[in-house]
Design a protein around this ligand. Structure first.
Ligand SMILES: Cc1cc2nc3c(=O)[nH]c(=O)nc-3n(C[C@H](O)[C@H](O)[C@H](O)COP(=O)(O)OP(=O)(O)OC[C@H]3O[C@@H](n4cnc5c(N)ncnc54)[C@H](O)[C@@H]3O)c2cc1C
Length: 445
């Protein structure tokens, strides 16, 4: 009797052992993973906060914690990888400045707990007031793309195309001796607008302070670009979904060559005034008159210049795109923020590169603590010299001249990278008479 009872008990336990033990194991492993993810996310959140990088620049997810189930599908769905995290079992924006506003998190959320919004309570985003045709309060002055509030390549392309569709119906288009349209900016919005203007037979000019590509040309080398199929005027449907920065730029350059759209590179628009039912446009190279103006200027603004002799040399650039191109070169990086420090560090890792980092302040007080530590470590082991309290006085063909506390310093030099921040586009819009509104958590989709 006794022996049979024991046998019966073991038999009862068997299903628990067969099914229960693996479930228990899975539960334990999941719990461990969740705790590790929570720790990682908290660390990322703390780092963003302590570096003052706690506000998303543009479109971003707003997560309703009362609806979030903590399933983490939004975290995995984000194409940028490190933007969202899980804190105390709920999704959180842990790396706000890396958010591009793809909206993949919103689409993936099974609970509809995510909305895409523009601006935050602490940092509203200034956007022009426009009608559905993208016309601002200044008749004949239009905006499209990121400056109008909607980020992403596809939206910019779509808006550039639609804005030109509205512009071509304006009275006075096609008449008189002025251009019909001046397009400012040749990012995705300006490119699509230029193609649409060419297709519509408008007399237009596209003015770009840099070169074709806009923000895309400043992405890091090899960045994966997530986009969606779009219709490009004169080209037809373009079915890119996932590509690289280089492929996308090469495609746009091919389109520019084949369609012969007219883009005037390295010509910055400085002033737009109303004149005789149209506009007078002053640029760094000339003067134009046009019946309508489309601003497709994005939000990156214009890089702040040093204003020193020799700054116009081609060896001077305003952002680091590809550190590898500086192998074996003597580089001066100018600036005291994170982008300057990160550029100097990345170049110092290249073989035979020699980097000097010049900053007029006495300490890198604006930079992330982690970057300051990395800089100190790199100074001792690599070819990186830090010149605090120094200011660039002149940029010459083969060297640079710096003013320092100890007098003038001449450094042999091949390249200069200026990371001195940028001038935001809002004053430019206001000077043109455009009414601006402040978006605070405004729902966009
Ligand atoms: C790091 C990063 C990664 C991203 N990844 C993606 C992605 O994977 N997928 C995606 O869809 N989106 C992505 N985006 C967003 C996307 O790049 C932008 O939404 C898009 O480029 C906006 O296009 P735009 O034409 O409105 O402006 P921009 O691309 O910013 O172009 C504006 C142009 O106007 C020019 N300009 C400005 N002022 C003047 C002036 N006064 N005179 C003459 N020219 C002027 C500028 O030089 C620039 O070329 C990313 C953004 C960043 C920062």
């Amino acid at each position: 009797m006794f022996g049979t009872g024991l046998f019966d008990g073991a038999a009862d336990l068997l299903p628990w052992l067969v099914y229960g033990a693996p479930l228990l194991l899975i539960w334990l492993v999941r719990g461990r993973r969740r705790r590790a993810q929570h720790r990682r996310s908290l660390a990322a959140l703390d780092e963003s906060r302590s570096a003052g990088l706690s506000e998303p620049p543009s479109l971003h997810p707003l997560i309703d914690p009362s609806l979030c189930l903590g399933c983490g599908t939004c975290v995995t769905a984000c194409p940028e990888g490190d933007v969202l995290g899980m804190v105390h079992g709920k999704a959180r924006l842990v790396n706000p400045t890396h958010c591009i506003g793809h909206g993949a998190c919103q689409e993936a959320c099974p609970q509809d707990a995510i909305s895409l919004v523009l601006g935050t309570e602490n940092r509203p985003v200034a956007i022009p007031v426009t009608g559905p045709d993208f016309q601002t309060n200044v008749p004949g002055l239009f905006v499209a793309g990121e400056i109008a509030g909607m980020g992403l390549i596809r939206n910019a392309v779509e808006q550039g195309r639609q804005a030109v569709a509205s512009i071509r119906t304006l009275p006075g288009i096609g008449a008189g001796s002025d251009l019909d349209l001046a397009i400012v900016g040749a990012g995705p919005a300006g490119l699509a607008a230029s193609l649409a203007a060419q297709e519509a037979g408008l007399r237009y000019v596209t003015l770009e302070q840099d070169t074709l590509g806009g923000t895309v040309s400043h992405y890091p080398r090899g960045k994966i670009v997530m986009t969606r199929p779009v219709e490009l005027p004169l080209v037809g449907p373009v079915r890119f979904a996932e590509t690289t920065k280089e492929e996308l730029l090469a495609f746009w350059r091919r389109v520019q060559g084949e369609t012969r759209i007219r883009i005037r590179d390295r010509e910055r628009v400085e002033k737009i005034d109303r004149a005789d039912g149209g506009f007078a446009i002053d640029t760094t190279r000339g003067h134009y008159r046009a019946r309508a103006v489309l601003l497709a200027i994005g939000r990156r603004g214009t890089p702040r210049k040093l204003g020193v002799p020799g700054e116009e040399r081609p060896k001077v650039v305003y952002s680091l795109v590809d550190p590898e191109q500086y192998a074996g070169r003597r580089v001066l990086v100018v600036g005291g923020g994170d982008s300057a420090i990160e550029a100097a560090l990345a170049i110092s890792e290249q073989p035979r590169a020699a980097v000097a980092l010049s900053y007029r302040g006495e300490a890198f007080s604006r930079a992330k603590p982690k970057n300051r530590e990395r800089l100190q470590a790199a100074e001792t082991v690599r070819a990186l010299s830090v010149l605090l309290g120094s200011q660039v006085a002149e940029i010459r063909e083969r060297d640079v001249v710096l003013d320092t506390d100890k007098g003038r310093l001449e450094l042999p030099n091949d390249d200069v990278i200026v990371c001195a921040g940028g001038e935001v586009p809002t004053p430019f819009l206001q000077a043109a008479g455009i009414e601006i509104q402040q978006a605070r958590q405004r729902r966009m989709r």
